[in-house]
Write a protein that binds this ligand. Structure first.
Ligand code: PGA
Length: 249
């Protein structure tokens, strides 16, 4: 049985105090979720929020980690450092990192490798931009993203991977993929995982949907067989909305 999950991605939002306030609220109100719950926070929040959430079912994710092990890389944060905060997950391959910070397949392959070597579980994001969808190239794009950065993993390593399908045209735009579009792509992604790692591994792989998923459309998206949960941006910044999405899963 694969894990159902609702994960938040705070992006570059919330001061430390604001983040602590939201994490505290979630700790007090999310006690017995029917799915795994993860919050992705900025680096500077990780240690405090991880400590605060001890004993809570809510797990913590970093939103990035370096593609280098350690050393003279001013301003970077390594996978080992993330792990040392108590965080268990790391979001990698987010389209904002790919687009604004030029993270290509090779860089992401390194980040995934370092995350796994340091005991972190990657939430690996894939998805096409608007022009690619309009040209009918979405399948070929997500396939290339998987082959470029994660299909080099061993079967054993694969067990630690959560995928997130995030059509870039749906992120932060209010343009959610329809439940049919999400299901179609998730089924395709699962078929690729089956070809690479076998049917059972594909059955066991958690595939989240992300892109303007909110408290109003979550239930409809999650009702699809291959949509195992969501990676939530904007709606994860408000406790009430995030809780409603968790309840929809
Ligand atoms: P959004 O972001 O929910 O604000 O569209 C999702 C994401 O980027 O992970």
């Amino acid at each position: 049985m694969r894990t159902k999950m609702v994960a938040g991605n705070w992006k570059m939002n919330k001061t430390l105090q604001e983040g602590v306030a939201l994490a505290t609220e979630l700790k007090e109100t999310v006690k017995n979720p029917s799915c795994a719950v993860v919050i992705g926070t900025p680096f500077i929040h990780l240690a405090t929020v991880s400590e605060l959430l001890k004993g809570s079912p809510i797990k913590v994710a970093a939103e990035n980690c370096a593609d280098k092990d350690k050393g003279a890389f001013t301003g970077e944060v390594s996978a080992a450092m993330v792990k040392s905060t108590g965080a268990e997950y790391v979001i990698l391959g987010h389209s904002e990192r790919r687009a604004y910070y030029h993270e290509d397949y090779a860089i992401l392959r390194e980040k995934v490798r370092l995350a796994l070597d340091n005991g972190l579980k990657p939430i690996f994001c894939i998805g096409e931009v608007k022009e690619e969808r309009e040209a009918g190239k979405q399948n070929e794009i997500v396939k290339a993203q998987l082959e470029g950065s994660v299909f080099n993993l061993t079967a054993e390593e694969w067990n630690n991977i959560t995928l997130a399908y995030e059509p870039v045209w749906a992120i932060g735009t209010g343009l959610t993929a329809t439940p049919e579009q999400a299901q179609e792509m998730h089924a395709y992604i699962r078929s690729l995982v089956a070809e690479k790692y076998g049917k059972q591994a594909a059955e066991d792989t958690t595939i989240l949907y992300g892109g303007s998923c909110n408290e109003k459309n979550a239930a409809e998206l999650f009702a699809n067989e291959d949509v195992d949960g969501g990676l939530i941006g904007g709606a994860a910044l408000i406790g009430e909305k995030f809780r409603a999405i968790i309840a929809a899963r």
